[in-house]
Write a protein of this length. Structure first.
Length: 321
């Protein structure tokens, strides 16, 4: 009897922001790998409000290759929204995420597909084993972030893990169901669970163009991850409030007892100023932490769409979600 094994389809999602220089290189390298696979495939290029000719390059590629699907946002919504839009509009049995700058080596797609086809795993993901090319301070902060987030959060995040992965349809549906506006995909992938096969690779430089991630952009992204997946900052603010209240009470008793026993006048201006500055600073710090959570809650209850697609060559499009 002939082998009637179902032929799986791979949907490869590529978030793009000002990637007109890198996209042709990415396309050539990736298609070379995908053409060697037995699976059918589609490449979903998501234009995240680019200010260059990224959309034109996408359209040109889609005209010469029927496997190319492009989605173009009405403005820049961010990489998280681009990935979410791609997953929502993917039609494959396997759904993958990869960057357009070739820092995610397409050749590893073969190993990820092999891992999924074994039936033992729901996701195959890649992690960098080094940070060659990154500055020392950026590397130090990145490693400290992973240590911190794994201590204060229930979601287990692997150091060096990125968005480069391929998952089953079942896992992708679980990711879609987590529809919060403030998205932190590294945490979401971990939180939904499922068995993950890890593939290690060495860091690769961009093939063209420049990164849109600044150091402070990464710091903000890290703060978003902590706030989205941990209440530890709120606990810290509560601890500071309790500790300062107890210290203030102890100091008050000390002043009263000292005055009763020795008749010394209350300590003067320098002490008062120091206490006010310390207390005021800690109150502002606590309010800042609370403000982060209030701000994110405010954005969630507005229930705004994660993205708006203005152009696409895809039928049955999930245009707004």
């Amino acid at each position: 009897m002939a082998n009637t094994k179902k032929k799986n389809k791979l949907s490869l999602i590529v978030p793009c922001f000002n990637e007109e220089e890198a996209l042709p290189f990415f396309y050539n390298e990736t298609v070379k790998v995908l053409s060697e696979l037995k699976e059918d495939y589609e490449i979903i290029l998501v234009n995240d409000g680019s200010g260059d000719n990224t959309l034109k390059v996408m359209k040109d590629l889609s005209k010469k290759d029927k496997h190319i699907v492009y989605l173009s946002f009405s403005r820049n919504f961010g990489k998280e929204s681009a990935m979410y839009a791609g997953i929502c509009n993917a039609s494959g049995d396997y759904i993958g995420l990869i960057d357009a700058d070739l820092q995610h080596p397409p050749v590893l797609i073969k190993d990820m597909i092999t891992a999924l086809e074994s039936g033992k795993y729901d996701c195959a993901a890649c992690r960098r084993v080094d940070r060659k090319g990154d500055s020392k301070i950026r590397t130090w902060f990145a490693r400290k972030f992973y240590k911190l987030i794994n201590i204060i959060s229930d979601a287990r995040m692997i150091d060096g893990a990125g968005d480069f992965r391929i998952m089953t349809r079942e896992m992708a549906e679980a990711v879609i169901s987590m529809s919060e506006y403030n998205r932190f995909s590294k945490g979401i992938f971990s939180w939904v669970g499922f068995n993950t096969y890890w593939i290690e690779y060495e860091n690769v430089e961009r093939v063209a163009g420049t990164t849109s991630w600044s150091f402070w952009g990464l710091v903000k992204y890290a703060i978003d991850g902590i706030v989205n997946f941990s209440n530890a900052p709120l606990d810290l603010a509560s601890f500071f409030g309790l500790a300062t209240t107890m210290l203030a009470f102890v100091y008050l008793l000390f002043i009263v007892i000292k005055y009763i026993l020795y008749g010394d006048p209350v300590a003067g201006w320098p002490t008062l100023v120091c206490v006010i500055l310390v207390m005021g600073g800690m109150q502002l710090f606590a309010l800042g932490i609370i403000g982060q959570y209030v701000g994110k809650t405010y954005m969630e209850v507005k229930n705004r769409p994660h993205y708006i697609i203005s152009e696409s060559n895809k039928r049955n499009l999930t245009k707004i979600k």
